[in-house]
Design a protein around this ligand. Structure first.
Ligand code: 3PZ
Ligand code: ZN
Length: 308
């Protein structure tokens, strides 16, 4: 079995990160804040965050006004990525915590759900983002946690999984969001762990990779959505870690760096991050451990919650 080509992946991410415009070609322009989070978190897990100019990144983030400035409408999707990147660099002190919290609080609806922006689309992804974000900012008490949890539980299905809204089909990405939000709010006792664990471990296919729904192809990004959920509900021993490690390593471009969704496809920053993050969850040697609920390195999470 091959090894993780860490140096190549670092160089690949830096080459994409250097020309800020190139997040545009890889990811769409409005996803650049998310792209920065994927690239920089992957670098940190590989122990190479110090290759990036902190001040440059921080002033770039602040120039966005968290989605307000430079022609971007505010959306909760950018807010979390911006907060996570600032957390990586230990720069949360530049955040106007009241402003960001007030924005997130304004997106909670009467039934406890969250909208992504003022236009109102509702999705359990936004519940996760809101809860994760205010938790990092030590402001969980400003949202209605009880109602938020009740809404998430109303999206639970008979198969043990979760959908985007009540009655929505179970999907691994959505399950991560719901289980992550429940983990952060200390509500995991509301999950049927055996039933959900069964659905999740069924996602492992012959090649060792994981898919997001029955009958779908395996994809490296599901190494994150499925694996982090299995870890949070204590059922990770229900899949073969060795086979999954091999699948992720098989998705590397060992010449130019980067990781793709499945072997021999084109690499991108998204799958490079989720591949490295998945290997970190699998305790692959030489990588920093990552927290399955906050999707940030464990040392960063510890600094946020235990250094005050
Ligand atoms: C990818 N987005 O809608 S996207 C994303 N997907 O912006 C970023 N696995 O065409 C990159 N598929 C690559 N760099 C793919 C982010 C998607 C997820 C698509 C994908 C991933 C299989 C088909 C949605 C968090 C944030 C956003 C998403 C999921 C989780 C695309 C297609 C869609 C998108 C971007 C590029 C390559 C990178
Ligand atoms: Zn994918």
């Amino acid at each position: 079995m091959g090894e993780l080509a860490t140096d190549k992946h670092v160089r690949y991410i830096l080459s994409v990160e250097k020309k800020k415009d190139s997040f545009e070609s890889v990811v769409m322009e409005h996803l650049r804040m998310n792209g920065a989070y994927w690239g920089l978190t992957a670098l940190d897990i590989m122990g190479k965050l110090d290759t990036v100019d902190v001040n440059e990144v921080v002033s770039w983030i602040m120039s966005w006004g968290f989605g307000g400035n430079v022609g971007h409408d505010p959306h909760i999707l950018y807010t979390l990525s911006a907060v996570q990147v600032l957390a990586l660099f230990n720069k949360l002190d530049v955040v106007d915590v009241d402003k960001v919290t007030t924005y997130i609080v304004s997106l909670q609806n009467e039934d406890g759900s969250f909208s992504g922006d003022i236009w109102g689309e509702v999705d359990t992804r936004f519940s996760y983002i809101a809860i994760c974000c205010v938790s990092i900012l030590h402001r969980l008490d400003r949202i209605n946690v009880e109602k938020a949890v009740k809404y998430i539980i109303s999206c639970k299905n008979m198969d043990g999984g979760f959908g985007c809204t009540p009655g929505g089909e179970s999907h691994a990405g959505q399950i991560f969001c719901c289980v992550g939000a429940l983990a952060i709010t200390g509500s995991l006792d509301l999950v049927d762990k055996d039933l959900l664990g069964w659905w999740l471990c069924e996602r492992q296919v012959k090649s060792g990779g994981l898919n997001g729904r029955p009958e779908k192809l395996p994809d490296v990004c599901y190494s994150w959505w499925v694996l982090s959920s299995l870890i949070m509900i204590d059922r990770v021993h229900w899949i073969s870690k060795e086979k999954l490690i091999k699948f992720i390593l098989d998705c590397q471009d060992t010449e130019k760096g980067g990781i793709s969704d499945r072997p021999d496809d084109a690499v991108d920053v998204f799958h490079t991050y989720f591949g490295v993050a998945g290997l970190s969850l699998l305790e692959y040697p030489g990588l920093k451990p990552i927290d399955p609920a906050y999707a940030l390195p464990v040392d960063v999470v510890d600094r946020i919650f235990f250094s005050k």
